[in-house]
Every structure is written in structure tokens, then in C-alpha cells.
Design a protein around this ligand. Sequence first.
Ligand code: SAM
Ligand code: SF4
Ligand code: F3S
Length: 470
Amino acid sequence: MTEVLHKVVDETRQGEAYAPFVNDPNLFSKKFYIESYGCAMNFSDSEVIASILNDEGYGSTRDYEVADLVLINTCSIREKAEQTIRTRLQAFKKVKEKNPGMLIAVMGCMAERLKAKLLEEERLVDIVVGPDAYRSLPGLIEETTGGQKSVNVLLSREETYADIAPIRLDSNGVTSFVSIMRGCNNMCTFCVVPFTRGRERSRDAVSILNECRVLFDQGYREITLLGQNVDSYYYTGADGIDVTFAALLESVAQIDPLLRVRFSTSHPKDITDDVLHTMAKYHNICKYIHLPVQSGNTRILQQMNRTYTREWYLHKVARIRTIMPDCGISTDVISGFCTETEEEHQDTLSLMQVCDFDMAYMYSYSERPGTLAARRFTDDVPEAVKSRRLAEIIKVQKDNQAISYRADIGKTFEVLIEGNSKKSENDWSGRTTQNKVVVFPKGDAGLNKADYCHVKIIHATSATLIGELV
Ligand code: SAM
Ligand code: SF4
Ligand code: F3S
């Protein structure tokens, strides 16, 4: 028995969340259980899948042992992510051995990468469905009624699920993701995403704005616009008007000043001054940019096909700070990419010192079959060296972050309350515009979830600010 209905174990973002999502059992004759792994895009897709299943008469359950359909939305970004999924499948398969009527569906990036091979490798899996084929899920379920297996891993150049109203699964009722594009055309050599998610395509701007408006009307106060490369968003509407990412961001910000807007992820080569000026112009566009650098060395960046140099990246960071001096910046870093020397690794450490990131996701390189790097280069940095370099990267980040958080002591921030703090029901937890978590006593101020308030910081750890209401 498990209490988890929709568990998001975020390999990429290292987050974890549990969804208190319950449906009226009188309305639905069958039950599904869903778990999501990987990035926010997968989480967002699971909400689309839940909507498709609701329409098919499936309600949700928190207990996979009683589910008619168990779905696992998978990630392939690193080998470890796939190992985690295989371990999880073992648990589901044990239940299926007792209850052969239960269907197991593998969705997402691992389904796309391994395709029908997954059915040979994981014998009790019934359905394999890739990220662009979720509309076919009811048909695939139907196909399995005679005990057959079913697969649909076709990638699409058009699918954006624009017309499907997602069912919010892991919701605190305050913050939500809204997917604005799918796929990626960038072909970074280390990355499996272009192969698992297909070509880049942007979602109809009108449907994005409608979804954001509905969320605001339902009481949500923060939206994160999602895409692998949001700055290349580009949509030509039926009226012939072209919508850039800056224009979309502005339109979402204009829905209501009380609606905070964030976005992720930006590619350093694509984020424009237009976007930065739009951010600066609107108080409700959060002053926070996730700008993955991957490496601080130009030769390695070229080998990664990131299409920018160390100097270009440093210039971008300087530009952001010129236009928005109070903007938080975070990054992704990979240690030990193919042929990386000790000096080149030192360049990553020095770049991190210069940029002074507020937060970073740090990984050691994991070769992914089929990627350009796997085909062209040798994964020649020994695991022990990758790990040691990663530890050095983490140390620099931790030290810098502690300084960055301590520097906030004495300052007052506007905070959007997201709910109780993890440790105490007597404390609220929320975030600043720079995306830093703030915990503070509720007192008798009569505040509620989704309210804005001002908090003065009195103490800081390396990942949380502790304050008091002003
Ligand atoms: N599209 C975003 C970008 O380009 O910044 C993020 C893509 S990916 C989902 C998130 C992060 O995973 C990347 O920024 C990179 O740091 C990391 N990553 C991707 N492939 C990897 C690999 N083969 N080994 C280790 N880390 C990897
Ligand atoms: Fe992967 Fe690069 Fe695309 Fe990001 S931009 S998803 S790292 S290929
Ligand atoms: Fe993983 Fe696919 Fe996202 S590989 S990080 S779930 S796009």
C-alpha cells in the first residue's frame, strides 16, 4: 500500500512531490495510478494524460495495488534515471503477477528511446507510448484487451496537446506549469532529448493564454511557462500575427498583476534583450533566469555543440545583471564530458566563481546511446575523475550559495505564500521573485495560501531564507 498517487521524482530538477489528487469513485468505473520521473515537461505531460484518461472513465488512485492501469512517465536523460525506472517497474510487476488484469504502461522518454525493445526487456509491460502519442492511449488500452501488447512511439511535428485541458495532479493550488512548446532542435551532443522528444514546435498562443487565465481564475498565482528552449518560441496565429517569446511573456504578464510568471529553460544563445527588457518592465515577471552553462571552457562547449563560448556566456550574465541588477541566475553543469582536461575543468570552476550562481543543478556526464557524443567521441574521463570534479563543482556552488543567501539577511522581500513549511504548520513557506524559498512564522496576520506578503530575512541556510513578517 502506498500513499502516492502521482509521485514526481525529478531526476533533472532533484525535486520530489506527492499528489493529493482524488476523484469521485462514483463517476469513474476504472482507476489509474501514475508516477512521473524526469523534468517538468514530463510532469506537465502527465497532467494531459490524466485528462485523456478521465475522459475514458478512469479515475485516479493513490494505491497502485488496486489500479486497473499503472502508468510510469519515464526519463532517459542519464543512465541512472533509467535504472530508477527499471527498479520501480519491478514493484509494479510483482502486483501484476497477483493481478494479471492490471495493465502497465510505460510512457515518456524511455518509451521513445527503447520503443518495442522495452516489451522484450520488461516482459510484464503491456503498453509503450511515446511523448507525442498520448492521444492514442485509449486505443492502445483497447488493443491490449485480448492480452496483446501495444506500442505507439510516433513522433510528431505538430502535436502540442493545445486543446487538452490538463488535470492538475501535484497541485498546491498556487503554482502551476504551462507547456508552451515541445521538442528541441538544438542537438547538444551529450543530450538524448532531441531523439526522445522530436522536433521543436510551439503551441498556439491563444490556447496558452486561455490556460493561464483559467488558472488565475481558479486561484493560481504563479505560472511557469515550460519548454526545452523557451526563447525560441515562435507562433504564427490564424490572424497572421507572429508571436515571439517576449511577446508571449508580456501577454501572460498582462493577465493580472497578481499573477507571477516564470519560465524555463533558456538557452544562452537564444535569450534576447527583448526578453530581458520585458522581464524588467513587469513587476510580476519573476526576476529569475535558469541559464544552463554546462561547461566553462570554450573547447568543451564547442564539442558539446552548445554554439556559444565562455565569453559569450559571461557577456550574457553581465547583460542580465545590467538590465536587472536584482535578477537571480541559476545553471546546469556537467562534469567530465568526453576529453575534458584538468585545466578545462578548472575553467568551469572559475566561471562559477565569476557568475556566482544562486543555484545550480550539477551532474557528471552519462553517455546516452544514439547521441552525437556517443557516436563521435570516447567517454574517456574515468568515473572516479568525473565524480571528483563534480564534488569540486558542488563545493564551489555550495560556498557561493551560502554567501548569496547570507547576503539577503536584513533585506525585505515580497513573498508568494505556497503553503505550510515542511517542518511546521505554524510556519508559511513561499518564494521570492528570485526563486529563493522563504520560511516565516504565520503569527496572527490572517494570511492565507496564495497571498503576497513582505518578509524581512533574519537568518539563512545555504538553500532557505528564514524571516519574519513586516
Ligand atoms: N533544454 C535545457 C538546456 O539546454 O539547458 C535542459 C535540458 S536537460 C533536460 C537538463 C540538463 O540535464 C541539461 O542542462 C544537462 O546539464 C543535463 N544533461 C543532459 N544530458 C546529460 C548527460 N548525458 N549526462 C549528464 N547530464 C546531462
Ligand atoms: Fe538537450 Fe541541448 Fe535541447 Fe537542452 S538545448 S534539451 S541540452 S539538446
Ligand atoms: Fe528526461 Fe525526457 Fe525530460 S529525458 S529530462 S523526461 S525531456
